[in-house]
Design a protein around this ligand. Structure first.
Ligand code: 8YV
Length: 328
């Protein structure tokens, strides 16, 4: 008799090719309706599953994990960020957590670059005007934005995505500056012609555009606090494709309302899908519904990573993308 296949519970609808392979390899329970699990449903899932495949929309906190059944040995997250999972409790309970790094780097960097261009060049503001029938014709002083070429970009978090953004930014004539826990390898710094700032405060005060690429951890919660946001120059732009909680969204909104900074491009928010309603009223912001990695190729590659992590774990090996609580 063939050995029993492990029960893999997937909390959201994944690309078809990934779901089909899940069905072939495992006793997979899919969510074809794509309705987010309630807390009670998550608890039921961790009680039963051998492997849970959650996404950013599932809060796998201590309350959920404390109810996990003895079979749950792996949480194979669909996504790179794991701030929705209580890693310390997972470790205590001997549950391995994996994620999907690398494969979403280029897509997220593209989205970042799109925002770095869209906000100063007033792209969505102009688009709204045209659609509303408000365009009365060209004029030399109509809807002037700000030039990107020759400006300074300050990257917070110079990991894979930060570096991919830096490469693109160089091509657009921005000079690259960064703040990171650790200075990157001198060869990378030389390739990117990047200037390292040990002091985030010092960097913030000197940049034209700030882009966030660090994970959300207890140490980076509101890293851009009201105090730090005030260090920015009034012509500066802020772009965030990392996690909403890294910026104090209310403080940012107040500064945008008062024109204390020039604009913001946001793909992530503190309480997704809720957005501070005052942000919706502002013209100097571009708002995107967490689409950083949302390409068919990216989401399929993320699914492939999930499959590999589950398969290697089930076959008794260390899955390649283990997340350790100590990494954060
Ligand atoms: C994903 C992301 O779409 O990978 C991440 O951390 O923020 C997104 O690109 C999301 O996490 C899927 O769970």
């Amino acid at each position: 008799m063939a050995p029993k296949k492990p029960l893999v519970i997937v909390t959201r609808k994944l690309p078809d090719a990934i779901e089909t392979r899940m069905m072939e390899l495992f006793d997979a329970r899919l969510n074809v309706d794509d309705r987010a699990f309630t807390k009670a449903e998550l608890i039921e899932a961790v009680k039963e599953a051998d492997v849970l495949v959650p996404t950013v929309t599932d809060r796998i906190d201590g309350g959920v994990l404390s109810q996990a059944g003895p079979n749950l040995r792996l949480i194979a997250n669909f996504g790179a960020g794991v701030d929705h999972i209580d890693l310390a409790t997972a470790r205590e309970r001997g549950i391995t957590v994996t994620n999907t790094p690398d494969v979403l780097t280029e897509d997220t960097a593209d989205m970042t670059m799109a925002l770095i261009l869209a906000v100063p060049r007033r792209l969505t503001e102009g688009e709204r005007l045209v659609r509303a029938g408000g365009w009365t014709g060209w004029s030399p002083t109509f809807m002037l934005g700000r030039r990107i070429w020759g400006k300074r970009l300050g990257i917070i978090g110079m990991g894979r995505i930060g570096q991919a953004v830096a490469r693109r930014a160089k091509g657009f004539g921005l000079s690259v500056h960064y703040h990171n826990r650790r200075r990157v390898h001198p060869e990378i710094e030389a390739e990117l012609e990047a200037t390292y700032w040990e002091s985030l405060d010092q960097m913030l005060a000197r940049m034209d555009v700030i882009s966030i690429h660090c994970p959300h951890t207890p140490a980076t919660y509101h890293l851009l606090s009201a105090r730090r946001l005030k260090l920015l120059q009034p012509h500066a732009y802020v772009v965030n494709t990392a996690r909403g909680n890294v910026i104090d969204e209310n403080a940012l909104t107040r500064m945008l309302q008062r024109d204390e900074i020039a604009g913001a491009g946001l793909d992530v928010f503190e309480n997704e899908p809720a957005i501070n309603p005052k942000l919706l009223e502002l013209d100097n912001v571009v708002l995107v519904p967490h689409l950083g990695s949302a390409t068919l190729e990216g989401r399929t590659d993320m699914g492939e990573k999930v499959l590999i992590n589950i398969k290697t774990h089930i076959d008794g090996h260390n899955p390649p993308d283990r997340v350790l609580a100590s990494m954060l």
